[in-house]
Design a protein around this ligand. Structure first.
Ligand code: CP
Length: 301
């Protein structure tokens, strides 16, 4: 296994499945997480140059559960604000004894950082619109928990695909697996890279696409990544692409609804979020278990 988790393709299928199994061992029956003082000598720095709730907090909880010291690096009040580059920032943290950096950054800097500082371990916690490997592990873990495996499953991903690092890492992850089918749906202006996908197919009519789906992964509109104003009628958008309980009536009864969060209630209704088909809150909890597994593996390597 590589020293870093930069993208999901750093993991073989076996390593992916082993990590998911390892993560499930960190979950207790009552929903809490095992706490083990496995790495009392290790220091993890959480460097988030973009906002985050789930990823940042779950990495912090995971690191503390494993007995690590954690630096919640405050980017807004750091010397990055005085013009210091991320390279000098991470080098300084390395000299102070940080062993592993969890990095979320709007640009693709993590590979260059890993080359610049080969003694540091890097975990990608979100790279612009490019990749989000630990989210893909969470999504796979949740599907396997709920459905047993992804074999034969028809997977539907709907929403703002063009800006979704969650989608690209998930596709990378499942490309090593066999599954039933993969369908992309959503507003054509947000799915320009998915009209003729290398894997799967595009179906603009969500009412058709949803009928066969076993897994419905819905994604918010990432307004922060559009470089021009979206001329979008939100009511029309919801009419065509929102996951609602009415739309769920067209799907298989045991279809699961997933969402990486944060939810805006444009792409999914509150009732659908709260429906018994929704596993969105399980995904959030699995975030801690997956990050405990990832930190354990990469702090040991
Ligand atoms: N899924 C995800 O990355 O959520 P946050 O942006 O809240 O970390």
């Amino acid at each position: 296994m590589s020293n870093n988790l930069l993208s999901i393709s750093d993991l073989t299928k076996k390593e992916t499945l082993d990590l998911i199994e390892f993560a499930s061992n960190f979950k207790n029956e009552d929903g809490s997480f095992r706490k083990e003082d496995l790495f009392p000598d290790k220091t993890v720095a959480n460097i988030f140059c973009e906002p985050s709730t789930r990823t940042k907090s779950s990495f912090e909880i995971a690191a503390r559960n494993l007995g690590c010291s954690v630096i919640d690096f405050d980017v807004a009040n750091s010397s990055i604000e005085k013009g210091e580059s991320i390279f000098e920032t991470v080098d300084a943290l390395s000299l102070m004894g940080v062993d592993l950096c969890v990095l979320r950054h709007p640009q693709s800097v993590i590979r260059d950082l890993a080359e610049y500082l080969p003694e540091m371990t890097f975990i990608n916690a979100g790279e612009g619109s490019i990749s989000h490997p630990t989210q893909a592990l969470i999504d796979l873990m949740t599907i396997i928990e709920k459905k047993g495996s992804i074999d034969d499953l028809n997977i539907l991903i709907v929403g703002d695909l063009d800006h979704s690092r969650v989608t690209s890492s998930f596709i990378e992850a499942i490309s090593n697996f066999s599954f039933g089918s993969l369908t992309f749906s959503g507003h054509p202006a947000m799915c320009s890279s998915y009209q003729e996908p290398a894997l799967g197919r595009y179906e603009p009519d969500l009412d058709l696409a949803i009928q066969e789906a076993d897994v419905i992964m819905t994604l918010r509109i990432q307004y922060e990544r559009f470089d021009k104003d979206l001329d979008l009628d939100l009511e029309e958008y919801k009419h065509s692409y929102q996951i609602t309980t009415e739309r769920l009536e067209m799907a298989k009864g045991d279809a699961i609804i997933m969402h990486p969060g944060p939810v805006n209630y444009i792409e999914i209704s509150e009732a659908a979020y709260q429906s018994e088909n929704s596993v969105i809150r399980d995904q959030i909890a699995n975030g801690v278990a997956i990050r405990m597994a990832v930190l354990s593996r990469f702090l040991s390597s």
